[in-house]
Every structure is written in structure tokens, then in C-alpha cells.
Ligand binder design. Structure first.
Ligand code: NAP
Ligand code: ZN
Length: 353
């Protein structure tokens, strides 16, 4: 075991600040990774502020960060997939029980014994819970480490490990989106990746946004049309016309307004995880035989498939790179929906703390 530098929150109202945390010595199947970039996901903020207390209470100190890209610095004796110097990624999962039906089906995110990258019981007992990527390095079982395509720019790759897979997976699961009318609700970290994937899959892409200032960017990112969701006239014009809608909103909102945008047998998949429950009108589902689903990140095999797809199609996240010292400022901006379109922390900045 050894000590490294990290940024942690001491409680739900404290700002993130530099601290020291333990990392385990590499076991036979482990890979040690020097972290180069770490994306800032809205889930980091929900967790740091204990906004998901009723479902997943936060244990403090909390070191968030699950959009990790780094360089392998050491591998255990039994590691076969990686060697020192490789550029790799780590997302929201660092372990699972490898034996349940979900693991067998490559859906480790639903394993009841899954270990998430932070705020999850640490089965190695290095600390009470796992600590994430706002840190110098991380030690991860090789089966949860991803290969990063060599042609992609690393600051923009980090967000693929959560925002990327979370939007890629439900669209793939829905089926062939070619020629279908697809809505992406909320143009933030997840939303802008949803737009890129839906466009790459051949859909007619429409962005629902509350921010008129994001209209031009939505089109640049790949949308064919935008709808200002607060404008009831614009909403009315598109009612009943969508095949699939991906809802990425991080806060309370009227789900029925978006369900009513779906045509017959249309599906709305929720990936946003607001703190409070959302009310659903039965009629918004009954008329049109519409369905509502949820989706959680994606399994390791599909995450690798997504990264390879991004390599082949030259897709990365549009990032604003910042030093770790600005993380609290970044959180305040994220709450105001002022992110274009993902913050990516240059982890070399941690050296100057
Ligand atoms: P983000 O970058 O903050 O983007 C969220 C976007 O939602 C904002 O940019 C804004 O877009 C819109 N929005 C925010 N508040 C709103 C409100 N009150 N009403 C309507 N629209 C609002 O967040 P993110 O990192 O993309 O994460 C989005 C959500 O997904 C979070 O709840 C996060 O925890 C969750 N998440 C889930 C998974 C999963 O596996 N299911 C994985 C990662 C994250 P406009 O400015 O365009 O309106
Ligand atoms: Zn995330």
C-alpha cells in the first residue's frame, strides 16, 4: 500500500480539497495507472453532495472521478492484456463478482457485487470505500481496464468512459436508428455525446434544450434540429413524432412533456438521475403504447466496443480542459448548465498542490 495525492470532499457541503489517500499494492491481476485526464460527470457532483442519499448514501471522505484516462506504470505477474506504457481507460466499474448471470452476460454494471470506481465498498479493504480518478493514480483489475484507440486526443477520450458509454449503450439496445427520429434531451456532458452517436448511427437528431445559447452548438455537434423545451409552440409542432428519446436531464423536470413527443410504440430512455422522483401521467404512456425505460452505463465489453467505434469514427467529447484547482468552480458552472460540453481535468496539475 502507498499514499498518493487526491481531491476529496469531507462532507456534503465542503468544497473539494487536496488530501492524501491510500492505494493498494498491485496484486497479480492488477494494473497500476498514472492518471492523465479525468472527466467531471454530474454524478460526481450528485455523490459529493450526497444528493442520492436515499439510494446510495455517500461515505466521506469522497474522492469522485470515473472518466479516467492514463498510462500503465506497473502490471501484476498474471496480467496479459496490458504492459507498462500503454494508454488505457477506466470508467465507472472497477470490479464485479465475475460469476453471476449479469457478469456472464457481460452486463457487469448490474452485478449485485459490482464495485464502482468510487463510493463503493472496497473489497481489498485499502479504505472503507473506493476512491476515484481525481487522484494521481489508480490500481484496477485488468479485466476492468479498457484499451484506448491511438488516434484519439486523450482529454476528449476521458468522458467517453462514462458519458460515452451511457449514451451509446441505450441507443444500440434500441436497435437500428437509421432514418429514425431521435431526441436528445439536455445538451450537457451526456447529451452532447448522445447527439454525436445518434448522428453516427444515421438518425434524424433533434436536441431539446432549455438554453437558447446552445442552439448553434447543437447543430455543429450533429443535430438536424433543435427545440427550446420551454417554448410550448415549438414543443407542440413535434408532438407524437419521435421514435426514441434519450433524457439526460440532471434535475427535476416534467417527464410527460417528453413522453408526449413520442409516436406509436416510441420509447423514452432515462439516463439522467435527478435527486427527486419524477411524476408520470398514465395517459402519456397509454396513448401511443409508449414505453419508458432506464439505462445504466454499459458493460465492459460494450464499453470497449464503444471506444473502438469512437476510434473508427474519430469521435471524442468536446472538452474544456482545466486544472484540478478549478474543480469547485467547475461544479458551480455545471449546476448552471454552463458546460461546453464536458470538463476534463488535466491531472498533471495535481503535482503543483
Ligand atoms: P450535465 O453536463 O450537467 O448536463 C445536464 C443537462 O441537463 C444540462 O446541460 C441542461 O441542458 C439540462 N438541464 C439541467 N437542469 C435542467 C432543468 N432543471 N430542466 C431542464 N433541463 C435541465 O450532466 P451530465 O454529466 O450530462 O449528467 C446528466 C445526468 O445523467 C445526471 O443526473 C447524471 O448523474 C446522470 N448520469 C447517469 C448515468 C447512467 O448510467 N444512467 C451515467 C452518467 C450520468 P440544457 O442546457 O441543454 O437544457
Ligand atoms: Zn458519470
Amino acid at each position: 500500500m502507498h499514499q498518493i495525492k487526491a481531491y476529496s470532499a469531507a462532507n456534503a457541503t465542503a468544497p473539494l480539497a487536496v488530501t492524501t489517500i491510500p492505494r493498494r499494492a498491485t496484486t497479480a491481476s492488477d494494473v497500476r495507472i498514472e492518471i492523465l485526464f479525468c472527466g467531471i460527470c454530474h454524478s460526481d457532483l450528485h455523490t459529493v453532495r450526497d444528493e442520492w442519499h436515499s439510494v446510495m448514501p455517500t461515505t466521506y471522505p469522497c474522492v469522485p472521478g470515473h472518466e479516467i484516462v492514463g498510462r500503465v506504470t506497473q502490471v501484476g505477474a498474471a496480467v496479459t492484456k496490458f504492459k507498462s506504457g500503454d494508454i488505457v481507460g477506466v470508467g465507472c466499474l472497477v470490479d464485479s463478482d465475475h460469476s453471476c448471470p449479469n457478469c456472464h452476460d457481460h452486463q457487469e454494471q448490474f452485478c449485485r457485487n459490482a464495485t464502482f470506481t468510487y463510493n463503493s465498498p472496497d473489497k481489498h479493504q485499502t479504505a472503507p470505500v473506493t476512491y476515484g480518478g481525481y487522484s494521481e493514480s489508480i490500481v484496477v483489475d485488468e479485466s476492468f481496464v479498457l484499451r484506448v484507440p491511438a488516434n484519439l486526443e486523450l482529454a476528449g477520450v476521458a468522458p467517453l468512459l462514462c458519458a460515452g458509454i451511457t449514451t451509446y449503450s441505450p441507443m444500440r439496445r434500441w436497435g437500428d436508428l437509421k432514418g429514425k427520429k431521435v431526441g436528445v434531451v439536455g445538451l450537457g456532458g451526456l447529451g452532447h455525446m448522445g447527439v454525436k452517436f445518434a448522428r453516427a448511427f444515421g438518425a434524424h437528431v433533434v436536441v431539446f434544450t432549455t438554453s437558447p445559447g446552445k442552439k448553434a452548438d447543437a447543430l455543429r455537434l450533429g443535430a438536424h434540429e433543435t427545440i427550446i423545451s420551454t417554448n410550448s409552440e415549438e414543443m407542440k409542432q413535434h408532438a407524437g413524432s419521435f421514435n426514441f428519446i434519450l433524457d439526460t436531464i440532471a434535475a427535476e423536470h416534467d417527464l410527460n412533456a417528453y413522453l408526449n413527443m413520442l409516436g406509436r410504440d416510441g420509447n423514452l430512455t432515462l439516463v439522467g438521475a435527478p435527486e427527486k422522483p419524477l411524476a408520470i401521467s398514465a395517459f402519456a404512456l397509454l396513448f401511443g403504447r409508449r414505453s419508458l425505460s432506464g439505462s445504466l452505463i454499459g458493460g465492459i465489453r460494450e464499453t470497449q466496443e464503444m471506444l473502438d467505434f469512437c476510434g473508427a469514427h474519430n469521435i471524442t467529447s468536446d472538452v474544456e480542459v482545466l486544472p484540478i484547482q478549478k474543480v469547485n468552480e467547475a461544479y458551480a458552472r455545471m449546476v448552471r448548465s454552463d458546460v461546453k460540453y464536458r470538463f476534463s481535468i488535466d491531472m498533471a496539475s495535481l503535482k503543483s498542490d
